[in-house]
Design a protein around this ligand. Structure first.
Ligand SMILES: [Zn+2]
Length: 93
């Protein structure tokens, strides 16, 4: 079953990369367990993020991304306050 353009669930409930077949996690527990995670300043998101977040908030705003450990395909991106947990979590029951 395809999850999105990058991930699918195999017959055993594993989450695998659709590009290189690397196992990323388990659909019912931690789908992105083996993903590579990075956290950088929000301005690293590119030209769409122009302003320094410190002009608007005293909280540090970061760019969090998850990548496939096999082919480095970008799996997830979020721009969030650094002191908050990831807001994009999913799993299948
Ligand atoms: Zn991959």
């Amino acid at each position: 079953m395809n999850i999105d353009d990058n991930l699918e669930i195999d017959a055993n409930g594993g989450v695998v990369c659709r590009h290189c077949r690397a196992t990323i996690g388990d659909a019912s527990n931690d789908p992105l367990a083996a993903a590579m995670h990075s956290e950088r300043p929000a301005v690293d998101a590119g030209p769409g993020v122009h302003a320094d977040p410190s002009h608007y908030t005293s909280r540090e705003i970061v760019l969090r991304q998850a990548f496939c450990p096999g082919c480095y395909a970008l799996l997830q991106t979020e721009i969030v306050p650094q002191d908050e947990p990831p807001f994009r979590n999913w799993r299948l029951n």
